[in-house]
Design a binder for this molecule. Structure first.
Ligand code: PDD
Length: 289
């Protein structure tokens, strides 16, 4: 259900969702010509904001769109929007498009970008999903070759995600040329012989902020790591397989393509890293009076 009173940000103003309007000629609508970020906010504290803003800059550079705000301005606007929401844990979505112009594939000149932000309750996995793990399906990765850019042109990912829904699963794990890439809206990591193995952050996957956070907490917990390409056979023969994303945190996969995977329950390395991940999150500061 849409909450039309929800306060969102559009082009310099905080307005009710019902009053946030853009032109049908916006290049985001016509071409998917824009980039976005999803920043998790725990207890009203953004998680890894500098990393998200750095990736935003990378995506903007990648599509040759000037960053409309400085890092300090983004920080202030994001915190102001978050403060206007009546819930503490949030998933803040922001997107920047190349603006409104007569339809022509070539970049328009002298056009202001469209900047939109909204913040919704953070849809974290349920306790049952954490305890029992989740189901995925697999597919060949047929997306473009710049999956490192967080662009709003998400049709490839949308079609992949629907395959998961159709198969009663939460995600579609993809392979390109026989190698593991990522899932439709998450990164994928495996565990073999106690070691976490993660596909490299090349042009074929999104450089996930949660992927980095997961590898960092795993390393700090003394878990050996290896960042390298993973074959399909290796992925299927892994002891554990995990999803990571801003809204899933780290989640164990326990069914693949309708069959139990690994031990059929979240593995020991997952449980250790999940705990460490929880401990690394910002917490509500206890009132001291
Ligand atoms: N999705 N890979 C893809 C294709 C993604 O869309 C995402 C995030 C990730 C994980 O990135 P991060 O850890 O920074 O969230 C990997 C977001 C949550 C979304 O589109 O809603």
């Amino acid at each position: 259900m849409l909450n039309s009173d929800q306060i969102v940000y559009l082009n310099g103003e905080f307005v009710a969702l019902a009053d946030a309007r853009i032109s049908v000629l916006d290049r985001g609508f016509i071409y998917g010509d824009g980039v976005y970020e999803v920043i998790p906010i725990y207890a009203r504290t953004p998680f890894r904001m500098p990393q998200h803003l750095k990736r935003l800059r990378y995506s903007l550079d990648g599509i040759r769109l000037a960053n409309p705000y400085t890092e300090e301005e983004w920080d202030a606007l994001i915190c102001e929007l978050a403060a206007k929401q009546p819930f503490d844990d949030q998933a803040l979505y922001l997107q920047i498009t190349r603006g409104v112009a007569k339809r022509d594939h070539a970049f328009p000149q002298g056009v202001a970008p469209t900047v939109f932000m909204m913040s919704n309750p953070l849809p974290l996995p349920s306790r049952e999903q954490v305890d029992k793990g989740v189901a995925v399906v697999t597919a060949d990765d047929n997306r473009w070759q710049r999956c490192d850019l967080k662009t709003t042109s998400l049709l490839g990912n949308v079609l992949m995600r629907q395959l998961a829904v159709d198969g009663g699963a939460v995600e579609t794990v993809m392979f390109r040329d026989g190698f593991l890439t990522e899932a439709s809206s998450s990164n994928v990591l495996i565990v073999k012989g106690g070691k976490v193995i993660a596909p490299p952050k090349d042009n074929l996957i999104l450089p996930g902020i949660t992927y980095d956070a997961t590898l960092e907490v795993a390393r700090d917990a003394g878990v050996p790591l290896d960042v390298r390409k993973v074959t399909r056979a290796e992925a299927f023969a892994a002891d554990e397989m995990w999803l990571s994303s801003s809204t899933k945190e780290v989640l164990a996969i326990t069914r693949i393509d309708g069959a139990p995977f690994g031990a059929g329950t979240p593995g020991p390395v997952f449980r250790r890293v999940w705990q460490a991940f929880q401990a690394s999150k910002p917490k509500v500061v206890a009132e001291t009076f």
